[in-house]
Structures are given as structure tokens and as C-alpha cells.
Design a protein around this ligand. Structure first.
Ligand code: UDP
Length: 192
């Protein structure tokens, strides 16, 4: 995709539909991918934290999550077509993943929230193959990573909030060739 840079962060210039279609092809091909959905808060944080900026540079796709990014692009005279949120992308990929029997790993949120997410998905997307679900309040990071690797997922959704989720993905993505995506507070929404 073409990109539009805002505060030195390159955002993909595409639609939700084209983006999800691209990810689907790459997931089927077992490509290693790191997606960041960035809002203005993340941009500000990156400006003040070079180590986070460094992590953003490793992302394959940074999407404009948040109306502030869309407005910023507009003001700079380099408009972006539409918001691409973590939540919407997650929903689309879960629906598609169920049809395609793709293996999904969920990491993040409080234990009770995560339980509810799994229960809700079992009823709303019954064909979804959830190969692992761990809450985001772990002590033993290495054990979490080992469980992800052992589960052999095609898609790993991490909802531990920024910047934690992006640091985690940058550090461990090489352990599984698949989609790694930070989805912030999405599990809280999925829990209803
Ligand atoms: N969270 C977590 N582990 C932590 C801190 C937070 O799993 O150590 C979860 C928290 O329960 C919530 C999500 O991460 O579900 C953070 O949501 P928030 O909306 O704050 O994230 P953002 O969208 O700002 O990245």
C-alpha cells in the first residue's frame, strides 16, 4: 500500500476492505506480519519514547485508528480514505478465519473478561478455531510465548493495550509465522 506520514509515522493509504483482503492472503501464505492500529495517543507516545518509535518501524502495517489521524492527514493535504480500527479488523478476520478454519490465539484482558470473550465467540462464531486464550496479567512472559508457539496459531490477537502489546509482538513475532496484531481494548468490547 502507499503510505501517508504523520509525525514520521507511515500510515497505510487504503480501505478496510482492501486491507483485510491483503491480510487474508498473507495469513493463508503463512507470512509473518505485524499490524499496529495507531491513534493520536500512540503518535504522541512514540514522539516521546524512541524505543517505541523503533518498534513502530518494525510494523508491516500501521493503520489510522482514530478520527484524529484522519483529520491530521486531511489538514496536511494528504488525505487517507477511512479509519481502520483494530476492533473492525479483528471482527472481519474472526469471521473469515472461522470460514477458513484458521487457528486463532487470544492474549489479553482480565481473566473474567477473556472468559466472556471466548464464550461469546463460541456462540456468535461457532466455527472459530480458538487454539489458545490467555489473560493479559501474566508474570511469566516466556511461558506465555511458549504456549503461543505450541498452539501453532495463524492469527495472534494481543489485547494488552499499547505500548505493552507492540513491545511484546516486536520481541516475539519471529517465533510464529502468522499475523500478530495489537487490538487494545477490543476484548472488553467483545465481552459486551
Ligand atoms: N491489559 C492487559 N494487561 C495489562 C494491562 C492491560 O491485558 O498488563 C488489558 C486491559 O485489561 C484492557 C486492555 O489491555 O482490556 C487495554 O485497553 P485500553 O483501551 O486501555 O488499550 P488501548 O486501546 O489504549 O491500547
Amino acid at each position: 500500500f502507499d503510505t501517508v506520514s504523520i509525525l514520521e509515522v507511515p500510515f497505510i493509504k487504503t480501505t478496510n476492505q482492501a486491507f483485510v483482503a491483503q491480510l487474508e492472503q498473507e495469513i493463508l501464505a503463512h507470512q509473518n506480519r505485524f499490524v499496529v492500529t495507531a491513534n493520536p495517543e500512540i503518535l504522541m507516545y512514540a514522539r516521546e519514547h524512541p524505543e517505541y518509535q523503533q518498534v513502530l518501524r518494525q510494523a508491516d502495517y500501521i493503520t489510522p485508528d482514530g478520527i484524529g489521524v484522519i483529520q491530521g492527514a486531511q489538514i496536511l493535504g494528504t488525505p487517507l480514505p477511512e479509519r481502520i480500527t483494530g476492533y473492525d479488523t479483528l471482527q472481519e478476520l474472526l469471521k473469515w478465519g472461522a470460514q477458513q478454519h484458521q487457528r486463532v490465539f487470544l492474549l489479553g484482558a482480565k481473566p473474567t473478561v477473556l472468559k466472556q470473550v471466548v464464550a461469546n465467540l463460541k456462540s456468535s462464531v461457532p466455527d472459530l478455531v480458538i487454539v489458545g486464550a490467555l489473560d493479559g496479567y501474566y508474570d511469566d512472559e516466556a511461558a506465555v510465548v511458549d504456549q503461543i508457539v505450541a498452539a501453532n496459531p495463524d492469527m495472534i490477537f494481543i489485547a494488552t493495550g499499547f505500548p505493552k502489546q507492540e513491545f511484546f509482538i516486536a520481541k516475539y513475532r519471529h517465533r510464529v509465522d502468522g499475523l500478530w496484531m495489537g487490538v487494545g481494548g477490543s476484548f472488553d468490547v467483545l465481552a459486551g
